[in-house]
Design a protein around this ligand. Sequence first.
Ligand code: FPP
Length: 258
Amino acid sequence: MSSNTSSSSYNNLDPAKLPSHVAIIMDGNGRWARKRLLNRIQGHEKGSQTVRTIVRACRNIGIPYLTLYAFSTENWQRPKSEVIALMTLLKKFLDSEQKEMLDNNIRLYAIGQIERLPENVRQALHKVMELTKKNDGMTLNLALSYGGRSEILKMVKEIAIKVKDGGMDPDSITPEIISEHLYTSQMPDPDLLIRTSGEMRISNFLLWQIAYSEIYITDTLWPDFGKNEFLRILKDYQQRERRFGKVGTQLKEMPKVI
Ligand code: FPP
C-alpha cells in the first residue's frame, strides 16, 4: 500500500476489537463544493479521492469489509447532468483502481439494482468484480442504485415464491433465512455505521443489517473526511460497550442477534 498510510499511525488501535464491517454514508459533497463556489460535480470528484483514502486505510488497518453508499435508488431523481457525472466518476474509479485492488488483494463487490446502471459502468464493474473475486485481503462493497426498502421487497418476493411454489414452510423462516436473501448474504452485518456531514438520518441504507450497528455521525463533509478522523472514530468504537440488548455483566456470552 502507499507509504502515506504507514502502519505506525494505527498503533493505538486494539487489533482484537476492530470492526469486521464498516459501512459509510458518504454525504456532503454538494455542500463542500458550494462552500468553495465550485459546482456539485467538483464536490463528487473530491469525494472520489476520499473513497481512495478510506479504502487504503481500511486495508492497512485490517478491516475485512467496507461498504460505501455511492448511489441510492433515490439518487436517480437528481438532475440528469449530475447522474451522468456520478456514473462517469464511478466508471473512472473502476478503471483507475483496478490495479490497486489487484496489487493489494482487495475484492470488489457491489450491492443494489446493478441492472439499472449504464451498460459501460456495468461492464467495468463486472470486469473488476471478476478479476478480484478470489482476493481475500478485504472486500470493498459498493452500494450502487441501492435502497434498503427495495432490497427487503426483493427478499420478501423471493421467499414468498419459495413458500408458494417450492414448499417452504413459513414457520421455517428465520432471521438467518432473511439475511441469506439480502444482497449482503456473503458478509457480516456492519459493526459500525458512519455518516458524514452531520445529517441524523439512515436514508434507506442497509435497513435490516444495521439493527445492532454502532452509529457515528460526524459533521465533517465527505470530501474533507480523512484517515486521521477515521482512526479517531475507530478508537471511539473500540471504547463502546456493545450490549446487544443485554446488561453489561452478561457480555461474556456471545450475543444472539435475531
Ligand atoms: C452525497 O453527497 C454523495 C453522493 C450522493 C454520491 C457519493 C459519491 C461519491 C463519493 C463519489 C463517487 C463514488 C465512488 C465510489 C467513486 P451530496 O451530493 O448529497 O451532498 P450534499 O448533501 O452536500 O448536497
